[in-house]
Design a protein around this ligand. Structure first.
Ligand code: SIN
Length: 279
């Protein structure tokens, strides 16, 4: 097994068949995952059952409340854009499930049908985003908390993200579950549960404000933090091929699925793994 750190974020792991990892390979993948935040595998041949079995080695599966599920495997959420649709899913910087009290640990994304060109996914390191902040900002945010919400993205309000995009169709549903989900707060800087490293934990999709700040102060600080997190040097653009698998940590990375393949179909299978409260 060979591990190649990638510029910006993540590492690629080659020379492994993730359907049959030995204990030593599993431990090495887990260590790389904790350290790099996202690991990529190439040339895999995973059935849906293999995908589920791989994810289960890392933790219990979280069945997504809002995404359309695979018709035979409820554990697998479909990340789909049909060729006649304009909106994609995940088409902006975000991290999954930060609106939950115990945000999901991570996701395993398997490419099932790719466009001829485009459809790459960016991953940004929130370890690097934190590490490269200036010292006054680190002191300012050390004990701050931020509120995270799912309502404006998945809820039933007519101007909510997926509702406002009327070609979303049945890909996203269960708006009522988002409407009743209580907003939560998490520390702006977390100590990563696996690596013990500090990571920035706010994101442009689900973070709505900094606790105790006015709207103006909150927006100004969030914009400053996002600008740092979005620096191209802190991110890696992953080019999918048939057989590619990405396994990311939601606590130490953001991701953004590019929507640059209109007229072509893209289908990914995603499994999300349960996480824990963040401190
Ligand atoms: C997601 O946000 O989970 C989707 C990522 C992708 O489709 O590349």
């Amino acid at each position: 097994m060979q591990l190649t750190p990638l510029p910006g974020a993540g590492a690629e792991i080659n020379g492994i068949d993730i359907r049959q990892m030995s204990h030593a390979e599993f431990a090495a993948v887990q260590a790389a995952y904790a350290h790099y935040g996202v690991v990529f595998f190439r040339d895999q041949s995973l059935s849906e059952d293999d995908h589920i079995a791989f994810a289960r080695r890392f933790g219990p599966i979280n069945i997504n409340r809002f995404f359309l599920a695979h018709e035979r495997y409820p554990e697998i959420a479909l990340v789909l854009k049909e060729k006649e649709q304009k909106t994609n899913i995940g088409g902006g910087w975000h991290t999954d499930h930060s609106y939950d009290v115990e945000p999901a640990m991570g996701s395993v994304l398997v490419a099932r049908q790719l466009p001829d060109t485009g459809g790459d996914t960016w991953f940004a390191s929130m370890y690097t985003a934190y590490d490269t902040l200036d010292e006054p900002t680190k002191r300012e945010i050390a004990r701050l908390r931020a509120v995270h919400s799912a309502k404006h993205i998945f809820g039933s309000g007519s101007d909510n993200y997926y509702k406002a995009n009327d070609d979303t169709g049945p890909r996203i549903g269960n708006a009522a579950a988002a409407d009743v989900l209580e907003d939560v707060s998490h520390p702006v800087v977390i100590t990563h549960p696996l690596s013990g490293r500090k990571a920035l934990y706010v994101n442009p999709a689900f973070t709505t404000r900094i606790v105790g700040y006015t709207d103006e102060q909150s927006n100004a600080l969030l914009m400053r933090l996002y600008a740092q997190a979005m620096k191209p040097d802190h991110a890696h653009r992953f080019k999918w091929r048939d057989g590619s698998v990405a396994f990311w940590d939601n606590r130490s990375t953001w991701h953004w699925a590019m929507n640059d393949y209109h007229g072509e179909r893209r289908l990914m299978h995603r499994i999300t793994i349960e996480g824990c409260a963040l401190n």
